[in-house]
Write a protein that binds this ligand. Structure first.
Ligand code: PEP
Length: 243
């Protein structure tokens, strides 16, 4: 199965640099007839339309970084799943640790958002992962098990739901989980989610992508910082190929 390579641009990018990044990725994919990976980018909400205009007709798909649990209404500043679909999104990231941490988002809210995303025709990328202190206390599996149980709604299917395992201590820190830690946790998650794709996220870069992408039960990667540079992101995607 092709690896899923997802770029989370977070709160970065104005029109010129976002278009430029999308153009470089689209050009890079044109010269890459590979069936080894599928590429998705998730720009900030304001950049989805300009990026979509560049990526339309390319092999790259796009998504949002969050959506509301209601389809519309008096929720100032929020974005509804049908709005993302209207911009051609195929995916939405839900429950990213930055949303859980800075917006106090709960797993129950993530599940409610996922239901709206499905109703709008979006696939969801549900993020789970333990804090540093939880891993030090040996609680990583119980934490992730609880997040999975509470964040994934009953409607979830392998076709509409991707799980991203992102140990919080590895996000944006330059620290990556070891291949053995990733192998163990992905095997644990596989036991819970069956055939859903499972991505790893946390300081993935060109230098470590090959080992991570070829670890058992790793179906792709969710990339933050390194997805903001076309060359680095393309190199991560290219690492999907077996040598
Ligand atoms: C992320 O934002 O999901 C992420 C994994 O970030 P980074 O690659 O920068 O650690």
């Amino acid at each position: 199965m092709p690896k899923l390579i997802v770029g989370n641009w977070k709160m970065n990018g104005l029109q010129a640099d976002s278009r430029d990044l999308a153009e470089k990725l689209a050009a890079g994919m044109k010269g890459d007839p590979s069936n080894d990976f599928h590429m998705v980018v998730c720009p900030p909400a304001t950049m989805i339309a300009p990026v979509a205009a560049v990526l339309k007709g390319s092999a790259i798909r796009w998504g949002g970084q969050d959506c509301h649990a209601e389809a519309s209404g008096a929720f100032t500043g929020d974005i509804a799943a049908p709005m993302l679909k209207d911009l051609g999104c195929d995916f939405v990231i839900l429950g990213h640790s930055e949303r859980r941490q800075y917006h106090e988002e709960t797993s129950a809210q993530v599940a409610a958002k996922a239901k709206q995303a499905y109703a709008a025709g979006l696939a969801v990328i549900i993020c789970v992962g333990e804090l540093d202190a939880q891993r030090s206390a040996g609680e990583q599996e119980s934490v992730v098990a609880r997040q999975l149980a509470e964040s994934i709604p009953a409607e979830a299917l392998p076709l509409n739901t991707v799980i991203a395992y992102e140990p919080v201590w590895a996000i944006g820190t330059g620290k990556t989980a070891s291949a053995e830690d990733i192998r163990q946790m992905h095997a644990f998650i596989r036991g819970k989610v069956g055939r859903m794709q499972i991505l790893y996220g946390g300081s993935v870069k060109a230098e470590n992508a090959r080992e991570i992408l070829h670890t058992e039960n790793v179906d792709g990667v969710l990339v933050g910082g390194a997805s903001l540079k076309a060359e680095a992101f393309m190199a991560i995607a290219a690492a999907s190929r077996l040598p």
